[in-house]
Each structure stands twice: as C-alpha cells, then as structure tokens.
Design a protein around this ligand. Structure first.
Ligand SMILES: NC(=O)c1ccc[n+]([C@@H]2O[C@H](COP(=O)([O-])OP(=O)(O)OC[C@H]3O[C@@H](n4cnc5c(N)ncnc54)[C@H](OP(=O)(O)O)[C@@H]3O)[C@@H](O)[C@H]2O)c1
Length: 329
C-alpha cells in the first residue's frame, strides 16, 4: 500500500511516499481503508518536534530518539471504510463507514490502517462526506471540551481568538449553538468566513487589538497564545473564564495564580477525544447545526504540500489529505 513515511524530524520534506506492506488486523482490530485524513498545526509541530522541552523528550522516547522509528506514519484523524475485522470485533463489520481519532498511534497518512475496536472510532453519518468526518475528531473535541469546561451559558459573551482555524471554526459555531454571543478574532483574509459561520462580531487582529477596547467578555477562548496573558485576562468580566488551548509553561503558572487569587478562572485542559463527543459533533453536522469548514484538499502523495500549506498560516478551517477520490461518500 502507499503510505507517507515520517523519515526524520524536520521540514515537510521528511514526509516521503513509500510502498509498504498492507497491515493485517489483530483479533481485536479493524482494518480501515482510509478515504480522508487531515493536516493541522499540531501535526506540523509534531513532525518538526517543535514542542516545549517537557513534551519533546517523551515524544522522542516514544517515536524514536534520533529519528522516528516506532511511529513511521503521521496523521491523527481519519475516515474510511472497514475492510476487515479481527475475530473478536463485535461493534463494527466489513463495509461500515467510520471516522476516528488515531491519537498517538497516528497512521492516517496511508491507504490502510489498523485500529483497535476500543479506539475512538464512530460510525460516519451517511450525509457527511469522508472529508467532513475526518476533520471532526481533534478540533471538534477540543472546542467542545473547552466550552463545556468553561460552562458556557445562553446569553453569555465569548471572544474567540484564532477563530478561523481548526479549533476556532468549531468554537465559534458551538458557542452559537449553546446560545452565546460570539466575537471572532482572526486575520483580514478570514473575516468573511467568520461572518458566514455565525460570528456576531468579527475583529481583524491585523488592524485592531481586542484588548485595547473597553469591551469585556464572560469567556475568552484562545487557541493562539500570542497575546499578552494579562491583557487577555483583563478583558474578562468578573467571574469570567479564560480558556487557554495553547498554553506554555509560563502561562500555566500565571493561570494557576489568577485562578487562585481572583474571581476570574484560567482553564487549561488536556483533551482526549471520546466516542461520545465524536457522535455528538457528527450529529450536529448531520443536522446542519454546524458545518465543517474545509479549505484545500491534497492527494495522499502531496501530504508534504498539505503540511507546507498549513505552515503558511493562511488556511481557513481544515486541510484534508484525500486518500481516495474526493467524491466518494
Ligand atoms: N487542532 C487541534 O485540534 C489542536 C488540539 C490541541 C492543541 N492545538 C494547538 O492549538 C493551536 C491552534 O490550533 P489550530 O489547529 O486551531 O491552529 P490553526 O488552524 O492554525 O488556527 C490558528 C488561527 O489563529 C490565527 N492567528 C494567528 N495569529 C493570530 C493572532 N495574533 N490573533 C488572532 N488570530 C491569530 C491564524 O490565522 P493567520 O495565521 O492567518 O494569522 C489561524 O486562523 C496550535 O498550537 C495547536 O498545536 C490544536
């Protein structure tokens, strides 16, 4: 089968197509013929090991000290069709259309992958394309988890920083679904998109710093982490919650201090997608309540190009690695 092998830590050039043996499912595994996978900021950070020291060392221990060895194929989200099942699999059968978070097993950038039946896999609703389904697990779960952790309420105001990205596009729409009033912040090029997915107000960060305004919010969701921490906390109302999806060691410490010493709360979570969340999110997409924003699609052999495009920062929503024909539903 064709697979994109992670040959080293570094630039997108380290992702190289090779022909390798098709995997054989163990008795508790499904063999999935992959239709679509994704490329997002987190994949690129992993590929080049551009992570805080505290994560870089464990990742090298896990994937390979000098170069990736144990993990050879990247790609964390996928959708496809079950092609074979192990003898002990009961929840899925051959022919089922599914989508999944492969998580730290990775392996989505290949024509086939094997996942345990107990992995985060759900049936794909028929109305969703494979591309839409593949783009749900990570960004969708991250958005949903943070909004729940922030206990978002109908009528509350939320500012979403980095609103046009993989997580942000879900946060904007889910926050609207939960009845909040949404201010979305992102680049000039993404303003039209943000209006189209329901943002009540849009701020272009190139022209305006939201923290300069007197406007205060019940919640701030931040997937960017580039603004000054204290200025983000400053725009919170009393009892406001700062949902920080891109923390660093410094903001983690500052966050704990603010949560302890003020009536504002800084929420930093490690999010693991769950089957229940995948089903919940896919159902909202199926009903048309939210949509999956898809920018460009790259064929499997151009996965390195997909990563390069993600790294330009120009992407809107999600970038798809299309493993089979885009029209396959
Ligand atoms: N995707 C996930 O599920 C996930 C999960 C856990 C953690 N994370 C982490 O969360 C971060 C964001 O992830 P993502 O996938 O949503 O990234 P993304 O798709 O690249 O989205 C980030 C968005 O922020 C915008 N942006 C950049 N600088 C900004 C600024 N100063 N003010 C406001 N907006 C700005 C970017 O637009 P421009 O570049 O055009 O300015 C882009 O639209 C990454 O560090 C990632 O590792 C992601």
């Amino acid at each position: 089968m064709k697979a994109i092998i992670w040959t080293n830590y570094g630039s997108p050039d380290v992702l190289q197509q090779q022909e390798i043996a098709k995997p054989i499912p163990k008795e508790n595994e499904l063999l999935i013929k992959t239709h679509a996978a994704t490329a997002f900021a987190g994949d690129c950070e992993l590929r080049r090991l551009d992570l805080p020291l505290i994560l870089r060392i464990p990742l090298r221990l896990y994937a390979g000290m000098i170069k990736p060895k144990r993990i050879q194929i990247l790609g964390q989200e996928l959708s496809g069709v079950v092609e074979a099942v192990g003898a002990k699999v009961t929840k899925f059968k051959v022919g089922d259309a599914v989508f999944a978070s492969a998580g730290l097993n990775f392996g989505a950038y290949a024509e086939y992958s094997c996942l345990s039946e107990s992995a985060v896999i759900a049936h794909k609703p028929a109305n969703l394309s494979f591309a839409e389904a593949a783009a749900i697990p990570t960004g969708g779960s991250e958005a949903l988890h943070y909004l729940r952790a922030g206990k978002i309420q109908t009528g509350e105001t939320i500012l979403v920083n980095g609103a046009g990205g993989s997580i942000g596009t879900f946060v904007v729409q889910l926050a609207k679904h939960f009845g909040a009033i949404v201010t979305a912040v992102d680049h000039t090029d993404k303003q039209e998109l943000l209006h189209s997915i329901g943002a009540d107000k849009v701020i272009d960060y190139i022209r305006e710093d939201f923290a300069d305004s007197d406007q205060k919010y019940d919640l701030v969701f931040d997937s960017v982490g580039k603004n000054s921490f204290s200025r983000c906390v400053h725009v919170l109302k009393p009892n406001g919650r700062y949902l920080l999806a891109s923390p660093n060691p410094r903001t983690r410490i500052q966050g704990r201090r603010i949560s302890r010493s003020s009536n504002r709360k800084v929420i930093i979570e490690t999010v693991e997608p769950t089957i229940e969340d995948l089903v919940y999110l896919a159902d909202l997409v199926d009903k048309g309540t939210i949509k999956v924003v898809i920018d460009k699609r790259f064929p499997l052999e151009q996965t390195a190009e997909a990563h390069r495009y993600v790294e330009t920062g120009k992407k809107k929503g999600h970038v798809i690695v299309q493993v089979t024909h885009p029209d396959s539903h």
